[in-house]
Design a protein around this ligand. Sequence first.
Ligand code: AHR
Length: 500
Amino acid sequence: MAKLYVNAKNKLGKINKEIYGHFSEHLGRCIYEGIYVGENSEIPNVNGMRTDVVEALKKIKVPVLRWPGGCFADEYHWKDGIGPKESRKKMINTHWGGVVEDNSFGTHEFFELVEQLGCEAYINGNVGSGTVQEMSEWVEYMTFDGVSPMADLRAKNGHEKPWKVTYFGVGNENWGCGGNMRPEFYGNEYRRYQTYVRNYKADAPIYKIACGPNVDDYLWTEGVLQTCTDPMGRRARDFMNGLSLHYYTVPGNWGHKGSATEFDEKEYYVTLKKTLYMEKLIKGHGAIMDRYDPEKKIGLIIDEWGIWLDVEPGTNPGFLYQQNSMRDAIIAGINLNLFNKHCDRVKMANIAQMVNVLQSVILTEGEKMVLTPTYYVFDMYKYHQDAQLLESSIDTEEIGLEEKNMVPNLTESVSQAEDGTINITIANLSATDSYPVESILLEKEVTEVSAEILTGKITDYNDFDNEEKVKTAVFNGIVTEGNTLKFTIPACSVLHIAVK
Ligand code: AHR
């Protein structure tokens, strides 16, 4: 019997709602078709945004959306995406499939989407191929409330009032697609560019995010933080509020990443093992950040995470369209539990990507829409948003098929919402075995318990001809004895328990 201890008296910190954030890039069918179909589309829409997708996203309470990239961000020139649509410049999306980008989705459309979703805006600026002036004018265009060339231009384009930019990324992957820079060079560029990301609203300062490392590139983290610390006594936190980290789970290698739906148990455990590496990265980069920022003022912003697989057969390789199985759900469960547990440093995370690209929560085909297993995990975990992380631990055993790829059978995280409800989320990583669990709630009187579960075979997925093969169901298997909950968690499942 695995024991799960929860100490309701020990609150460890706030789980920022932004940990449940999303990422949408001008890539394949993410923005175009997946989200934006245009006002004249036969697909039901409000101001061009598909109604079905927006409604589904509202249900999981998307807290923040990152846009326009990704690699696309460092090639994006925002002025091409404003003004009358018929006169907007067309460009080649060189990174993603070489298709024509007609710029019909630009700044105004993004904020329309943000308003419909009711979420925070995370804009990613262009350092790689853009100028300081271009970046600074974009910030002025979006946020300045008064008379200025950019505010006047915004008003001329139909939006008198400024928008709220909560987060601003100064470049993306500048060690790679964003300019192939070295950490010291980027660090200096960052210092310069961020200077002109002006805070026009004193009461709502923009949270500035520096480009952080790729996976385990600790030299990058060190180099950027070091460059942003100077003899004049200024510290990295005087220049940045956040530092990003990108880590994708790739089951195979970049040449043969692996199929989204056809894999065996061995590959399943390899994938989970690689996912769990996220914790090492959080701790490793976190330790460097601790030296430069012991008070943890700088957030670790994991603004690209998820599983990256081979594209679905017959689809454009540049569009990164992949299916999403129960394995994806387990990956989401593992990562989100980890982010919750490290909420002292992890302040935002953005799954890549929201619709039709990589580990999406939604897939679309024409007017049809499918919610993926990952969607249901976000739906069950939404109760952690802005809740207080509670001290918790669970007994685990090592499982797997190969000695080098063993993983713990269970992962969990627990939080307490403002109304006192304790929300427990547990992932059972085993492909085959269920486990009895005894959950002991210290310092908590249990009056009411409800639960929901997502479970299936590791390769189960939803498709356009079978939309609901995987979906959450009410879980009635909990027996309450005083402040102890007893239940058996089925193989390959993600469980959410709400305790009042
Ligand atoms: O999410 C796809 C791509 O992955 C992004 O554009 C880039 O930042 C990363 O390499």
